[in-house]
Design a protein around this ligand. Structure first.
Ligand SMILES: Cc1ncc(COP(=O)(O)O)c(C=O)c1O
Length: 392
C-alpha cells in the first residue's frame, strides 16, 4: 500500500490550460522507459524489496501504476486532492455512498440517472438510509426537505433526461451549513465545461464510460474528492471493495481523455445546431437543452459552466413518431449510453429509467414520447439529415 501522503506529492500542472492538461496527464511520459504512451502495467502483484521496506506498489487491487496515472490525471482536471478509478459509474456512486451509515438521510435530484435512483431506493434504504428525491433547481424546496440527519446532497446537473440545472455553489453553501457532503455527478459536462469542486462541492463522480473515455469502448467510473480525509476513508473502502479499474481500461480512459477538449467542443457545437433544428420540426413538441436562452435555468448554466455539452432530450407528438424515428435512423444509433463520438438515441421510459414508477416518471415529464439524444462528433448536417429522413 502506498502512503496516502505520497499521493499529494505530484505536479498538478497548475500553469496549464485544461486542453493541455488532458494531453499531458499527471506523469504523462513513463519515467522508467520514456514511453510517450503511458504503459499498461498488466500485473496483479509486485515484488517486495525487503521485509523492512515499504514499497510504493504491492498488490493491484490496492494500486496499479496505470490506474494511478488516470487517478492523478482526474485529480488535476477536477482540481481535487485525490481520485479513484473504478470499474463503472455505478461503482463510483457506490463508493461514495459507502460514506453513509444507517440513520442518515440523503437528498438527491428527482430525475437522476435511473441506476443511481435504484441503488438509493433498493439498497441504501435496506441499510437504514432515508432519502428524498426532489427538484434541486428549487432551493426553497431543498431547504424545506433538509432534516436533522441529512448527511449528503447528491446533485446531477444537468439532469438525465430532463436537463434541469442545479446551482452547485448555492447548494454547497446550504449543504455545508448543516454539515452535509455535497456530491455532483459531472458525467454530462465533464471538467472541461464544469468543475464542481471549485464551485464548493465536496465530491465529484463520473460515469467515465461516457465523455471521459469518449469512444463507447470501455466501462469505468471516477470519484474525485476535495478533502484529503475523505480521500483516506475512500481509500480504505477501495481496498475492501476491490472495484479498481483494470490497467487496460485505465489506459483506454487515459487515451480518451487526451482528446476531451476537442471532442467536447465538437459535441457542444453540434448539439446547438441539432437542438435549434429540432425546435422547428412540426413533429417535435418540446426540446430540452441547457443551451437555449429561454431555458428556465439558463442564468445558472452561464454562471457555473463554460459550455452546454452534447445532450438533448425532445418530446414528439406520438408513439407512432417515436417508433418511426427509432426504426428509420441510419447514422444515429438506437442504443443506451451517451458521450461517445457516435451519436446515440435512447427512449428513457423503456431503457434508462425503467426503475422509476410510471406515476413519478409522468410527473417528471419522462413520458412515452420522450427521446434522449447524445449528439456525437459527426458532421452536424449529417446528423440533422438523418433525423429529418427518419421523421418523414
Ligand atoms: C449521469 C450518469 N451517471 C452514472 C451512470 C452510471 O454509469 P455506468 O453505466 O458507467 O455504471 C450513468 C449511466 O448511464 C449516467 O448517465
Amino acid at each position: 500500500m502506498k502512503d496516502s501522503k505520497d499521493y499529494q506529492n505530484f505536479d498538478r500542472k497548475e500553469n496549464l490550460k485544461l486542453a493541455s492538461k488532458v494531453v499531458h496527464g499527471a506523469l504523462g511520459v513513463d519515467p522508467v522507459t520514456g514511453s510517450i504512451s503511458f504503459p499498461i502495467y498488466q500485473t496483479a502483484t509486485f515484488k517486495h524489496s525487503g521485509i523492512e521496506k515499504k514499497d510504493p506498489y504491492n498488490y493491484a487491487r490496492c494500486i496499479n501504476p496505470t490506474r494511478e496515472e488516470l487517478e492523478k490525471t482526474m485529480t488535476i482536471l477536477e482540481e481535487g486532492t485525490r481520485a479513484f478509478a473504478v470499474n463503472s459509474g455505478m461503482a463510483a456512486t457506490t463508493l461514495v455512498f459507502s460514506l453513509l451509515k444507517p440513520g442518515d438521510h440523503i437528498i438527491m435530484s428527482d430525475d437522476i440517472y435511473g441506476g443511481t435512483f435504484r441503488e438509493v431506493n433498493e439498497v441504501l434504504t435496506v441499510n437504514g438510509v432515508e432519502y428524498d428525491s426532489i427538484d434541486l433547481s428549487d432551493l426553497d424546496l431543498l431547504k424545506k426537505t433538509i432534516k436533522k440527519n441529512t448527511k449528503m446532497i447528491f446533485i446531477e446537473t444537468p439532469t438525465n433526461p430532463m436537463m434541469k440545472v442545479a446551482d452547485i455553489e448555492k447548494i454547497s453553501k446550504i449543504g455545508h451549513e448543516i454539515g452535509a457532503l455535497v456530491v455532483v455527478d459531472n458525467t454530462f459536462l465533464t471538467p472541461y465545461f464544469q468543475r464542481p469542486l471549485t464551485l464548493g462541492a465536496d465530491i465529484v463522480v463520473h460515469s467515465g464510460t461516457k465523455y471521459l473515455a469518449g469512444h463507447n469502448d470501455v466501462l469505468g467510473g471516477i470519484v474525485v474528492v476535495k478533502d484529503s480525509q475523505i480521500g483516506e476513508k475512500l481509500e480504505i473502502q477501495m481496498y475492501i471493495y476491490g472495484a479498481g479499474l483494470g490497467p487496460m481500461d485505465s489506459w483506454l480512459m487515459l487515451r480518451g481523455l487526451k482528446t476531451l477538449a476537442l471532442r467536447m467542443d465538437k459535441h457542444a457545437e453540434n448539439a446547438m445546431k441539432v437542438a435549434n433544428w429540432l425546435r422547428k420540426e412540426p413533429m417535435v413538441e418540446q426540446v430540452y437543452y441547457v443551451g437555449f436562452e429561454d431555458h428556465k435555468d439558463y442564468a445558472v448554466t452561464k454562471k457555473q459552466t463554460t459550455g452546454f455539452g452534447g445532450m438533448i432530450s425532445f418530446r414528439v407528438d406520438s408513439m407512432e413518431t417515436v417508433n418511426k424515428i427509432l426504426a428509420n435512423l441510419k447514422l444515429v444509433t438506437f442504443a443506451e449510453s451517451l458521450g461517445g463520438v457516435e451519436s446515440l438515441i435512447t427512449h428513457p421510459v423503456s431503457r434508462t429509467h425503467t426503475e422509476i414508477s410510471e406515476d413519478k416518471r409522468n410527473a417528471l415529464g419522462i413520458t412515452d414520447t420522450l427521446l434522449r439524444l447524445s449528439v456525437g462528433i459527426e458532421d452536424a448536417d449529417d446528423i440533422i439529415a438523418d433525423l429529418k429522413q427518419a421523421m418523414e
